[in-house]
Design a protein. Structure first.
Length: 150
């Protein structure tokens, strides 16, 4: 997951390079600030998703530990190395090829969830359908949380 955070930071830095270039600070320092922010955000998401997924796996009867689920998310994160910078570039609106970037980002995210359901099923001794159901419940919980507090 930390690599996904660095990739998100690189995409953000590239997408916001016009704004960052206008600042009166060295480029290396600017990237360090963006990287710390991206890593912090990614680590918080990693721990938060793992915690909610841990609760959902308990609900579905698994005994997977929290640190085991952190490892499951990490093992599934390789597609996010492409999807995260694509999402950051898409959000920045400064890139001309938004269509292809959106396709790459959505494909990477779909591959991440595919791999996540596979790894969760293996970690919990479940079928992929049961693991996908637990992940769907995680998504519903997070969507309800964001709708209440966003």
């Amino acid at each position: 997951m930390p690599i996904a955070g660095l990739m998100w930071s690189a995409g953000t830095f590239l997408g916001r390079s016009g704004e960052i270039g206008g600042l009166d600070i060295p480029v290396a320092y600017a990237f360090a600030v963006v990287a710390v922010g991206g890593l912090s955000q990614t680590l918080a998401i990693w721990f938060g998703l793992s915690a909610v997924t841990w609760a959902m796996t308990r609900l579905f009867g698994a005994k997977a530990g929290f640190f085991q689920l952190l490892a499951v998310y990490s093992a599934s994160a390789a597609p996010l190395w492409v999807a995260a910078p694509s999402a950051a570039l898409y959000v920045s609106d400064e890139i001309a090829l938004l269509g292809p970037i959106l396709v790459v980002g959505c494909t990477g995210t779909a591959l991440f969830f595919w791999k996540l359901s596979e790894n969760l099923a293996a970690a919990c001794g479940w079928t992929r359908l049961r693991a996908s159901s637990a992940l769907a419940c995680t998504g519903v919980f997070l969507a309800s949380f964001f709708s209440l507090y966003a």
